[in-house]
Design a protein around this ligand. Sequence first.
Ligand code: URA
Length: 439
Amino acid sequence: MNILDIIEKKKNKLQLTNSEIAYFVNGYTKGEIPDYQISSLLMAIRLNGMSDDEIFALTDSMLHSGDIMDMSEIGGCIVDKHSTGGVGDSTTLALAPILACCGVFVAKMSGRGLGFTGGTIDKLESIPGFDTSLSEKEFFRVVKKVGCCVIGQTANLAPADKKLYALRDVTGTVDSIPLICGSIMSKKLASGSDTILLDVKYGSGAFMRDEHEALALAEKMVKIGTMAGKSIGALITDMEQPLSDHVGNSLEIVGIIEVLKGKHNRLYDELKEVCVRLLTLTPLYKDKAAAETAFQQAIDSGKALKKFAEMVAAQGGDSSYILHPEKFVLGTREAVLAERSGYVTTMHAADIGRAVTALGGGRLTKKDTIDHSVGVVMKVHIGDKVKVGDTLCEIYHNNGKGLKEAYSMLQQSILIGESKPATHKIAYAFVNKDGTELY
Ligand code: URA
Protein backbone atom coordinates (compact mmCIF):
# COMPACT_ATOMS: atom_id res chain seq x y z
CA MET A 1 0.00 0.00 0.00
CA ASN A 2 1.23 3.51 -0.67
CA ILE A 3 -0.13 7.02 -0.20
CA LEU A 4 0.05 7.98 -3.87
CA ASP A 5 -2.34 5.16 -4.85
CA ILE A 6 -4.72 6.25 -2.10
CA ILE A 7 -4.67 9.86 -3.37
CA GLU A 8 -5.25 8.66 -6.97
CA LYS A 9 -8.16 6.49 -5.85
CA LYS A 10 -9.93 9.34 -4.04
CA LYS A 11 -9.16 11.73 -6.91
CA ASN A 12 -10.99 9.27 -9.18
CA LYS A 13 -14.00 9.17 -6.82
CA LEU A 14 -13.37 5.58 -5.76
CA GLN A 15 -14.14 4.23 -2.29
CA LEU A 16 -11.19 3.73 0.07
CA THR A 17 -10.97 0.53 2.08
CA ASN A 18 -10.76 0.48 5.90
CA SER A 19 -7.09 -0.49 5.72
CA GLU A 20 -6.25 2.33 3.29
CA ILE A 21 -7.92 4.82 5.64
CA ALA A 22 -6.10 3.40 8.68
CA TYR A 23 -2.85 3.54 6.69
CA PHE A 24 -3.02 7.27 5.96
CA VAL A 25 -4.37 8.25 9.41
CA ASN A 26 -1.67 6.26 11.25
CA GLY A 27 1.08 7.25 8.82
CA TYR A 28 0.28 10.94 9.18
CA THR A 29 -0.09 10.82 12.98
CA LYS A 30 3.31 9.13 13.30
CA GLY A 31 4.92 11.68 10.95
CA GLU A 32 5.65 9.04 8.28
CA ILE A 33 3.55 10.70 5.56
CA PRO A 34 4.30 14.37 4.81
CA ASP A 35 1.88 17.30 4.98
CA TYR A 36 1.86 17.86 1.21
CA GLN A 37 0.54 14.37 0.43
CA ILE A 38 -2.11 14.49 3.15
CA SER A 39 -3.12 18.00 1.99
CA SER A 40 -3.73 16.61 -1.48
CA LEU A 41 -5.76 13.71 -0.10
CA LEU A 42 -7.80 16.01 2.14
CA MET A 43 -8.67 18.17 -0.86
CA ALA A 44 -9.70 15.08 -2.85
CA ILE A 45 -11.96 14.09 0.09
CA ARG A 46 -13.28 17.67 0.32
CA LEU A 47 -14.19 17.62 -3.38
CA ASN A 48 -15.33 14.01 -3.86
CA GLY A 49 -16.77 13.15 -0.44
CA MET A 50 -16.85 9.85 1.42
CA SER A 51 -19.43 7.08 1.88
CA ASP A 52 -20.82 6.33 5.36
CA ASP A 53 -18.53 3.28 5.60
CA GLU A 54 -15.50 5.41 4.76
CA ILE A 55 -16.52 8.07 7.32
CA PHE A 56 -16.96 5.35 9.94
CA ALA A 57 -13.50 3.94 9.15
CA LEU A 58 -11.99 7.45 9.26
CA THR A 59 -13.62 8.16 12.64
CA ASP A 60 -12.53 4.78 13.99
CA SER A 61 -8.90 5.24 12.93
CA MET A 62 -8.77 8.75 14.41
CA LEU A 63 -10.46 7.53 17.61
CA HIS A 64 -7.85 4.77 18.03
CA SER A 65 -4.93 7.13 17.42
CA GLY A 66 -4.87 7.98 21.14
CA ASP A 67 -6.38 7.16 24.53
CA ILE A 68 -10.00 6.18 25.02
CA MET A 69 -11.42 7.29 28.37
CA ASP A 70 -12.88 4.52 30.48
CA MET A 71 -15.48 6.06 32.76
CA SER A 72 -16.98 2.79 33.98
CA GLU A 73 -15.79 3.41 37.56
CA ILE A 74 -18.20 6.37 37.79
CA GLY A 75 -21.17 4.04 37.33
CA GLY A 76 -24.65 5.36 36.43
CA CYS A 77 -25.59 7.11 33.25
CA ILE A 78 -22.89 9.41 31.84
CA VAL A 79 -23.97 11.96 29.27
CA ASP A 80 -22.10 14.33 27.00
CA LYS A 81 -23.12 17.31 24.91
CA HIS A 82 -21.10 18.89 22.15
CA SER A 83 -21.71 22.19 20.42
CA THR A 84 -20.16 22.93 17.04
CA GLY A 85 -19.42 26.38 18.46
CA GLY A 86 -20.86 29.85 18.39
CA VAL A 87 -21.08 33.26 20.03
CA GLY A 88 -22.44 33.62 23.56
CA ASP A 89 -22.86 29.84 23.69
CA SER A 90 -22.64 29.18 27.41
CA THR A 91 -25.00 26.19 27.28
CA THR A 92 -22.52 23.63 28.64
CA LEU A 93 -21.92 25.44 31.90
CA ALA A 94 -25.57 25.90 32.75
CA LEU A 95 -26.51 22.47 31.45
CA ALA A 96 -24.00 20.49 33.54
CA PRO A 97 -25.55 21.35 36.95
CA ILE A 98 -29.11 21.06 35.59
CA LEU A 99 -28.40 17.56 34.26
CA ALA A 100 -26.70 16.56 37.50
CA CYS A 101 -29.93 17.54 39.31
CA CYS A 102 -31.86 15.30 36.88
CA GLY A 103 -29.93 12.19 37.97
CA VAL A 104 -27.33 11.78 35.22
CA PHE A 105 -23.56 12.30 35.41
CA VAL A 106 -21.76 14.93 33.37
CA ALA A 107 -18.02 14.35 32.96
CA LYS A 108 -17.13 17.00 30.44
CA MET A 109 -13.88 17.93 28.78
CA SER A 110 -14.10 21.29 27.05
CA GLY A 111 -11.89 23.61 25.05
CA ARG A 112 -10.72 27.20 24.93
CA GLY A 113 -11.99 29.86 22.57
CA LEU A 114 -10.20 30.74 19.36
CA GLY A 115 -11.14 33.45 16.84
CA PHE A 116 -14.74 34.58 17.22
CA THR A 117 -16.01 31.64 19.29
CA GLY A 118 -15.76 31.58 23.07
CA GLY A 119 -14.44 28.63 25.05
CA THR A 120 -15.99 27.01 28.12
CA ILE A 121 -12.62 26.68 29.88
CA ASP A 122 -11.88 30.41 29.50
CA LYS A 123 -15.29 31.26 30.92
CA LEU A 124 -14.75 29.01 33.95
CA GLU A 125 -11.36 30.54 34.62
CA SER A 126 -13.03 33.90 35.24
CA ILE A 127 -14.15 32.41 38.60
CA PRO A 128 -11.25 32.99 41.04
CA GLY A 129 -9.47 29.76 41.99
CA PHE A 130 -11.33 27.53 39.53
CA ASP A 131 -9.11 24.62 38.47
CA THR A 132 -9.77 23.30 34.96
CA SER A 133 -6.77 20.95 34.95
CA LEU A 134 -7.74 18.25 37.47
CA SER A 135 -6.08 14.86 37.19
CA GLU A 136 -8.23 12.03 35.87
CA LYS A 137 -8.57 10.66 39.41
CA GLU A 138 -9.78 14.03 40.78
CA PHE A 139 -12.05 14.49 37.75
CA PHE A 140 -13.81 11.18 38.43
CA ARG A 141 -13.97 11.94 42.17
CA VAL A 142 -15.78 15.27 41.55
CA VAL A 143 -18.16 13.69 39.02
CA LYS A 144 -19.10 10.96 41.52
CA LYS A 145 -19.48 13.39 44.43
CA VAL A 146 -21.19 16.36 42.74
CA GLY A 147 -22.67 14.79 39.59
CA CYS A 148 -20.84 17.13 37.22
CA CYS A 149 -17.34 18.36 36.51
CA VAL A 150 -15.93 20.39 33.60
CA ILE A 151 -12.21 20.37 32.81
CA GLY A 152 -9.87 21.02 29.90
CA GLN A 153 -8.81 18.03 27.84
CA THR A 154 -6.32 15.94 29.83
CA ALA A 155 -5.96 12.62 28.12
CA ASN A 156 -4.31 12.20 24.75
CA LEU A 157 -7.65 11.98 22.92
CA ALA A 158 -7.64 11.56 19.13
CA PRO A 159 -4.17 13.05 18.43
CA ALA A 160 -4.78 12.32 14.72
CA ASP A 161 -7.48 14.98 14.80
CA LYS A 162 -5.13 17.53 16.31
CA LYS A 163 -2.72 17.12 13.38
CA LEU A 164 -5.33 16.78 10.67
CA TYR A 165 -7.35 19.74 11.94
CA ALA A 166 -4.29 22.01 11.97
CA LEU A 167 -3.56 21.00 8.37
CA ARG A 168 -7.19 21.46 7.26
CA ASP A 169 -7.17 24.91 8.78
CA VAL A 170 -4.45 26.06 6.37
CA THR A 171 -5.43 24.07 3.26
CA GLY A 172 -9.06 25.15 2.75
CA THR A 173 -10.41 21.76 3.80
CA VAL A 174 -12.29 22.58 7.00
CA ASP A 175 -15.72 22.78 5.34
CA SER A 176 -16.09 19.10 4.49
CA ILE A 177 -18.87 17.07 6.10
CA PRO A 178 -16.87 13.76 6.17
CA LEU A 179 -13.85 15.53 7.68
CA ILE A 180 -15.85 17.50 10.26
CA CYS A 181 -17.76 14.36 11.13
CA GLY A 182 -14.54 12.33 11.64
CA SER A 183 -13.02 15.15 13.68
CA ILE A 184 -15.92 15.68 16.06
CA MET A 185 -17.04 12.07 16.37
CA SER A 186 -13.54 10.67 17.01
CA LYS A 187 -13.20 13.01 20.01
CA LYS A 188 -16.73 12.31 21.26
CA LEU A 189 -16.32 8.56 21.03
CA ALA A 190 -12.90 8.73 22.73
CA SER A 191 -14.30 10.63 25.68
CA GLY A 192 -16.28 7.68 26.93
CA SER A 193 -19.93 8.74 27.51
CA ASP A 194 -22.87 6.43 26.83
CA THR A 195 -25.22 9.13 25.64
CA ILE A 196 -24.35 12.07 23.38
CA LEU A 197 -26.32 15.11 22.27
CA LEU A 198 -24.78 17.15 19.47
CA ASP A 199 -25.79 20.78 19.14
CA VAL A 200 -25.15 21.63 15.51
CA LYS A 201 -25.39 25.37 15.01
CA TYR A 202 -26.15 27.26 11.82
CA GLY A 203 -26.12 30.96 10.98
CA SER A 204 -23.89 34.00 10.96
CA GLY A 205 -22.06 32.94 14.13
CA ALA A 206 -21.52 29.28 13.18
CA PHE A 207 -19.49 27.02 10.90
CA MET A 208 -22.57 25.91 9.01
CA ARG A 209 -24.13 28.89 7.28
CA ASP A 210 -27.64 27.47 6.87
CA GLU A 211 -29.94 24.94 8.46
CA HIS A 212 -29.79 22.51 5.52
CA GLU A 213 -26.01 22.19 5.70
CA ALA A 214 -26.24 21.80 9.48
CA LEU A 215 -28.88 19.09 9.11
CA ALA A 216 -26.75 17.17 6.61
CA LEU A 217 -23.80 17.23 9.05
CA ALA A 218 -26.03 16.26 11.98
CA GLU A 219 -27.49 13.28 10.11
CA LYS A 220 -24.02 12.00 9.27
CA MET A 221 -22.74 12.35 12.84
CA VAL A 222 -25.80 10.62 14.29
CA LYS A 223 -25.35 7.77 11.82
CA ILE A 224 -21.67 7.33 12.75
CA GLY A 225 -22.42 7.53 16.50
CA THR A 226 -25.22 4.98 16.14
CA MET A 227 -22.92 2.66 14.16
CA ALA A 228 -20.47 2.96 17.09
CA GLY A 229 -23.20 1.76 19.49
CA LYS A 230 -23.95 5.09 21.24
CA SER A 231 -27.32 6.55 22.12
CA ILE A 232 -26.96 9.76 20.14
CA GLY A 233 -29.09 12.63 18.89
CA ALA A 234 -28.50 16.03 17.34
CA LEU A 235 -30.33 19.31 17.57
CA ILE A 236 -29.94 21.87 14.80
CA THR A 237 -30.07 25.27 16.47
CA ASP A 238 -30.04 28.91 15.48
CA MET A 239 -26.85 30.99 15.69
CA GLU A 240 -28.03 33.97 13.62
CA GLN A 241 -27.51 36.07 16.75
CA PRO A 242 -25.59 35.49 19.99
CA LEU A 243 -27.26 32.78 22.03
CA SER A 244 -26.81 34.45 25.40
CA ASP A 245 -27.32 38.20 25.75
CA HIS A 246 -23.96 38.14 27.52
CA VAL A 247 -20.87 37.63 25.34
CA GLY A 248 -17.49 37.52 27.09
CA ASN A 249 -16.04 35.41 29.84
CA SER A 250 -17.18 36.75 33.25
CA LEU A 251 -20.27 38.20 31.59
CA GLU A 252 -21.35 34.79 30.33
CA ILE A 253 -21.07 33.36 33.84
CA VAL A 254 -23.29 36.23 35.03
CA GLY A 255 -25.76 35.35 32.22
CA ILE A 256 -25.82 31.69 33.27
CA ILE A 257 -26.52 32.60 36.87
CA GLU A 258 -29.51 34.71 35.78
CA VAL A 259 -30.94 31.73 33.86
CA LEU A 260 -30.30 29.31 36.74
CA LYS A 261 -32.25 31.77 38.88
CA GLY A 262 -35.17 31.38 36.46
CA LYS A 263 -34.79 34.17 33.88
CA HIS A 264 -36.48 33.22 30.60
CA ASN A 265 -34.56 34.18 27.46
CA ARG A 266 -33.07 32.53 24.37
CA LEU A 267 -30.41 30.76 26.44
CA TYR A 268 -33.13 29.34 28.70
CA ASP A 269 -35.12 28.09 25.68
CA GLU A 270 -32.04 26.43 24.22
CA LEU A 271 -31.10 24.85 27.55
CA LYS A 272 -34.56 23.40 27.90
CA GLU A 273 -34.50 21.91 24.42
CA VAL A 274 -30.99 20.44 24.82
CA CYS A 275 -31.68 19.09 28.31
CA VAL A 276 -34.99 17.44 27.40
CA ARG A 277 -33.60 15.84 24.23
CA LEU A 278 -30.52 14.59 26.05
CA LEU A 279 -32.47 13.12 28.95
CA THR A 280 -34.83 11.28 26.58
CA LEU A 281 -31.82 9.64 24.92
CA THR A 282 -30.98 7.99 28.26
CA PRO A 283 -32.78 4.96 29.67
CA LEU A 284 -33.88 7.07 32.68
CA TYR A 285 -36.45 9.23 30.89
CA LYS A 286 -39.05 7.56 28.72
CA ASP A 287 -40.84 10.65 27.47
CA LYS A 288 -40.40 14.37 26.94
CA ALA A 289 -42.95 15.32 29.59
CA ALA A 290 -40.96 13.65 32.38
CA ALA A 291 -37.75 15.25 31.16
CA GLU A 292 -39.39 18.69 30.99
CA THR A 293 -40.66 18.33 34.55
CA ALA A 294 -37.18 17.37 35.75
CA PHE A 295 -35.63 20.37 33.94
CA GLN A 296 -38.21 22.75 35.38
CA GLN A 297 -37.83 21.42 38.91
CA ALA A 298 -34.04 21.68 38.78
CA ILE A 299 -34.33 25.40 38.03
CA ASP A 300 -37.46 26.37 40.00
CA SER A 301 -36.22 24.66 43.19
CA GLY A 302 -32.91 26.59 43.06
CA LYS A 303 -31.11 23.22 43.09
CA ALA A 304 -29.35 23.77 39.75
CA LEU A 305 -27.84 27.06 40.94
CA LYS A 306 -26.69 25.40 44.18
CA LYS A 307 -25.26 22.51 42.17
CA PHE A 308 -23.29 24.98 40.03
CA ALA A 309 -21.86 26.55 43.20
CA GLU A 310 -21.07 23.05 44.50
CA MET A 311 -19.20 22.16 41.30
CA VAL A 312 -17.25 25.43 41.44
CA ALA A 313 -16.24 24.76 45.07
CA ALA A 314 -15.28 21.14 44.30
CA GLN A 315 -12.97 22.43 41.56
CA GLY A 316 -11.27 24.92 43.88
CA GLY A 317 -13.25 27.99 42.80
CA ASP A 318 -14.73 30.70 45.00
CA SER A 319 -18.41 29.72 44.99
CA SER A 320 -19.44 33.02 46.61
CA TYR A 321 -19.17 34.49 43.09
CA ILE A 322 -21.99 32.19 41.97
CA LEU A 323 -24.25 33.21 44.82
CA HIS A 324 -23.20 36.89 44.56
CA PRO A 325 -22.37 37.53 40.88
CA GLU A 326 -21.99 41.25 41.61
CA LYS A 327 -18.52 40.24 42.86
CA PHE A 328 -17.28 39.71 39.29
CA VAL A 329 -15.00 42.56 38.25
CA LEU A 330 -16.36 43.87 34.96
CA GLY A 331 -15.02 46.50 32.58
CA THR A 332 -16.33 50.03 32.09
CA ARG A 333 -19.65 50.29 30.27
CA GLU A 334 -20.22 52.12 27.01
CA ALA A 335 -23.53 52.00 25.12
CA VAL A 336 -23.68 51.40 21.35
CA LEU A 337 -26.59 53.47 20.05
CA ALA A 338 -28.93 53.00 17.09
CA GLU A 339 -28.26 55.51 14.32
CA ARG A 340 -31.64 55.00 12.68
CA SER A 341 -35.12 53.82 13.57
CA GLY A 342 -36.65 50.57 12.35
CA TYR A 343 -36.39 46.85 13.06
CA VAL A 344 -33.29 44.86 13.90
CA THR A 345 -33.14 42.70 10.77
CA THR A 346 -29.74 41.01 10.89
CA MET A 347 -26.88 40.39 13.27
CA HIS A 348 -23.44 39.33 12.12
CA ALA A 349 -22.89 37.17 15.17
CA ALA A 350 -19.31 36.22 14.27
CA ASP A 351 -18.41 39.93 14.20
CA ILE A 352 -19.95 40.40 17.63
CA GLY A 353 -17.57 37.64 18.80
CA ARG A 354 -14.70 39.40 16.99
CA ALA A 355 -15.58 42.67 18.76
CA VAL A 356 -15.14 40.86 22.10
CA THR A 357 -11.77 39.58 20.88
CA ALA A 358 -10.78 43.16 19.94
CA LEU A 359 -11.59 44.24 23.51
CA GLY A 360 -9.17 41.56 24.76
CA GLY A 361 -11.80 38.95 25.67
CA GLY A 362 -10.71 36.37 23.09
CA ARG A 363 -7.53 35.22 21.43
CA LEU A 364 -6.29 35.28 17.88
CA THR A 365 -3.51 32.79 18.52
CA LYS A 366 -3.39 29.98 21.05
CA LYS A 367 -0.71 31.83 23.04
CA ASP A 368 -2.70 35.07 23.63
CA THR A 369 -3.88 35.77 27.18
CA ILE A 370 -7.41 36.99 27.68
CA ASP A 371 -9.11 39.65 29.77
CA HIS A 372 -12.07 38.06 31.55
CA SER A 373 -13.65 41.40 32.50
CA VAL A 374 -14.58 42.60 29.00
CA GLY A 375 -17.40 41.75 26.61
CA VAL A 376 -20.74 42.83 25.24
CA VAL A 377 -24.28 42.67 26.60
CA MET A 378 -26.94 42.62 23.89
CA LYS A 379 -29.95 44.83 24.52
CA VAL A 380 -31.87 43.95 21.34
CA HIS A 381 -32.68 40.84 19.33
CA ILE A 382 -33.55 40.21 15.69
CA GLY A 383 -37.10 41.46 15.09
CA ASP A 384 -37.05 44.15 17.83
CA LYS A 385 -38.25 47.67 16.97
CA VAL A 386 -35.74 50.43 17.79
CA LYS A 387 -35.60 54.23 17.64
CA VAL A 388 -32.60 56.45 16.90
CA GLY A 389 -30.53 56.71 20.08
CA ASP A 390 -31.77 53.44 21.63
CA THR A 391 -29.09 51.22 23.14
CA LEU A 392 -28.35 48.25 20.90
CA CYS A 393 -25.78 46.73 23.21
CA GLU A 394 -23.33 47.67 25.95
CA ILE A 395 -19.60 47.25 25.65
CA TYR A 396 -17.57 46.39 28.76
CA HIS A 397 -14.01 47.57 28.13
CA ASN A 398 -10.82 47.86 30.09
CA ASN A 399 -9.26 51.35 29.93
CA GLY A 400 -10.51 51.86 26.37
CA LYS A 401 -8.50 48.93 24.94
CA GLY A 402 -10.05 47.99 21.58
CA LEU A 403 -13.08 50.20 22.31
CA LYS A 404 -13.09 52.18 19.07
CA GLU A 405 -12.68 49.09 16.92
CA ALA A 406 -15.31 47.13 18.89
CA TYR A 407 -17.80 50.02 18.74
CA SER A 408 -17.56 50.29 14.99
CA MET A 409 -17.70 46.49 14.51
CA LEU A 410 -20.80 46.27 16.68
CA GLN A 411 -22.57 49.09 14.91
CA GLN A 412 -21.88 47.42 11.58
CA SER A 413 -22.95 44.00 12.79
CA ILE A 414 -26.40 44.97 14.10
CA LEU A 415 -28.41 45.97 11.02
CA ILE A 416 -31.61 48.00 11.14
CA GLY A 417 -34.15 47.97 8.30
CA GLU A 418 -37.66 49.11 7.60
CA SER A 419 -39.62 45.90 7.75
CA LYS A 420 -39.92 43.36 10.51
CA PRO A 421 -37.91 40.25 9.57
CA ALA A 422 -39.01 36.66 10.01
CA THR A 423 -37.43 35.28 13.17
CA HIS A 424 -35.98 31.81 13.60
CA LYS A 425 -37.07 29.32 16.23
CA ILE A 426 -34.34 28.30 18.65
CA ALA A 427 -34.27 24.79 17.12
CA TYR A 428 -34.84 23.80 13.50
CA ALA A 429 -34.75 20.01 13.78
CA PHE A 430 -33.88 17.02 15.95
CA VAL A 431 -32.19 13.93 14.54
CA ASN A 432 -31.81 10.51 16.12
CA LYS A 433 -31.51 6.93 14.91
CA ASP A 434 -35.22 6.91 14.03
CA GLY A 435 -34.97 9.88 11.66
CA THR A 436 -35.39 13.66 11.51
CA GLU A 437 -38.10 15.65 13.23
CA LEU A 438 -38.58 19.24 12.01
CA TYR A 439 -39.78 21.86 14.53
N1 URA B 1 -15.12 21.22 15.29
C1 URA B 1 -14.25 20.19 15.31
O1 URA B 1 -13.89 19.68 16.37
N2 URA B 1 -13.79 19.73 14.13
C2 URA B 1 -14.17 20.24 12.94
O2 URA B 1 -13.72 19.76 11.92
C3 URA B 1 -15.06 21.33 12.94
C4 URA B 1 -15.54 21.80 14.15
